[in-house]
Design a protein. Sequence first.
Length: 304
Amino acid sequence: MEERRLLLIANPFSGKAKMVTNLMAVTQILSDRGFEVTVYPTKKAGDATSRAASVKDGEFDRIVVCGGDGTLNEVITGLMSAGVNCKIGYIPAGTLNEWSLGLKIPRSIPNAAKAAAGDFEIKLDVGRFADRYFSYTASFGAFTEVSYSAPQEVKNVLGQAAYFFEGIKSLGNIKPIHLKIECEEKTVEDDFIFGAVSNSMSVGGIVKFKENVVKLNDGVFEVFLIKNLKNILQLQNTLDGILRGDLSRERMEFFHTKKLLVNGGRGVAWTLDGEFAPGRDDLIIENIPSALRLVSPEDKKESE
């Protein structure tokens, strides 16, 4: 039987540099499952995007990404930009690995490698943010800068707690952003301190959605907005709502849509899957249904 060809794009700097010590083991696992493995270690930001964009249709049977959510975002951006349709496997090796947790991908690198070599495939929506893409969230305001502003050594020691503490700290410093957000379902214009357009069970490890309101391949986003908080009582009510998963509180907006237009966002700092993205006026964010072919554990309960 002819070996299948697999491209392993690995970020050796993700998290605690876990991939440095696991690369040979991962390569062996993939090879033992019938793949001819080509390894590409990334060297700098944007490297994974360039490599993925250079892949030709049919060149590889599968691309496996080993790194954090930002590395995965780069690969998806490269493939979508180049119009390459290829199965993707994901071996989470970052600090938070927020997206993979929602998909029940194993936390153990060897177990994740075995899952990435499997044959069970699911299709997931991808978000388009102007000329860029995201797999699980585009957000701005409070909590947003945490992904790229919290020191790596703090993330390594505290893990998800680092994102929580940095995010809560940012609430008191954030400046309200006046935006007009339009979609088929509604129009909202106000001063906002946070906004997220997502296809995930959580945002930044802080804002968590209930399972019955999120589907990752339904063609729509979950949109969550927090309006400017004018006093300590509103702040306390908002924090309590976030912690309890109650997104219907005063000064909050939560709804679903497949496409939205954000007006007045020039100069606003966004994050796409944890990576910085500059805002712009008349920004269009739209859902591309079932655009990602992800190799996933067939039994999602097995997430060791």
